[in-house]
Design a protein around this ligand. Sequence first.
Ligand code: ADP
Length: 432
Amino acid sequence: MQDIKLRTFIFFVLILFLSFIASKIFSLNIAITFLILALIIYLISHIFWINELSKWLDNPKSNEIPDGRGIWQDIFSKIYKNYRFENKSKKDLATAMEKFVEAADALLDGVVSLNESNEIIWCNKRAQLMFGINVRKDTNKPILHIFRNSEFKKYLDEGNYESTIQVDTENYINHIEVKVIPFGRYQKLLTARDISPILKNELVRKEFVSNFTHELKTPLTVITGFIETLDQPKNNLSPGTKEIFTLMSDQANRMKDLINDLLLLSNIEASLNKNRSEKIYIGRLFDSIKASSSKLNKKKHKIKFNIDKNLNIYGSKSEIQSAFSNLVSNAIRYTPEKGNILITWHLINNLPIMEVTDNGVGIPKNKINRITERFYRVDEDRSRSSGGTGLGLSIVKNIMLQHQGQLEITSELNHGSTFKLIFPEDRIIKPL
Ligand code: ADP
């Protein structure tokens, strides 16, 4: 810039000087004419180069940039340099973008970038297969118009993206686990993982357990039958042999309980679509739980029931009975002599809740979230000696899942525990 100003200044000084010389050698008129002519030529040359520049800007191609003369040569060379730099940056950016898209397409997970209104901005190839997206037609369209699934809609609308959800699709990939990661101000990254192989393995495992336990049932019935037949007073068994038979009978019964629990668990898991809408009259159900708990209560516990008998629900009668009895039997088993057990059934915030509170052994805080796992026991010996199979709470948890409810556990070691079964509002039978 400084250079242009200086060169323009020198040009004007030179013309004025030449005009001055002309006025001295020739006349003032000739000098003025010379000055005007020089200025007109100067102006025309600028107009010419401005015109060239404007033509080039209409269609800027690097090889057609004008050469320019004088200060215009400088201007054109600067423009050309900037143009080349920008072009290179664009190319670099495009290459980086291409590489990014290639890498994203190679991912095994589906990735969709969504804007504030959940419209698709971009997605990788895997996501197209998972959500059934046609990039050409569906870009800038709301994902919920393309992938219609009520659970997915709820997850996206609720905005609680800490957790993931599993969704079944009718697209090329059938079972996916979806997670939303918010980024930028309002944008979201939707990621999806194919969980079909995991679910398939799970199914194979469940089928194996179910078939295996089923197969074990018959031989075990035969064995227990024989033990009972042999262990009769008329057979005059010696005390040593009698002890062996008692031990065999106890172990066979433990195995029977285990098999029955395993079969119950696999039946609950397998009957995903079972109609769980029988009318359950709570009064009757708790009468039978009361009867069985007093039979179980060998440790002289004070067992108190606080039941809202008008609060009836829809569900699977046998499963609900099994879940309630499990919690009551656990409270009895894991509470030392003369403990207090309170069983309540009531409505809290419009949700039907069954609560079992005991002042028993309690559960260490770091183990609470593990006790619903199959065969997980806080204390192996205590569980076995009290006749536990280690499957009770996983049965309860599964039953609650199938009833769209949940199991909540709070406990303090050596002080006691509270187990809550929370049912959804729509399971309540509305009084007529
Ligand atoms: P188990 O047949 O061993 O009782 P469960 O699945 O019913 O199996 O329970 C799992 C574990 O949770 C038990 O082994 C026990 O350690 C713990 N547990 C369950 N209920 C209670 C309770 N009311 N108080 C203390 N611990 C409990």
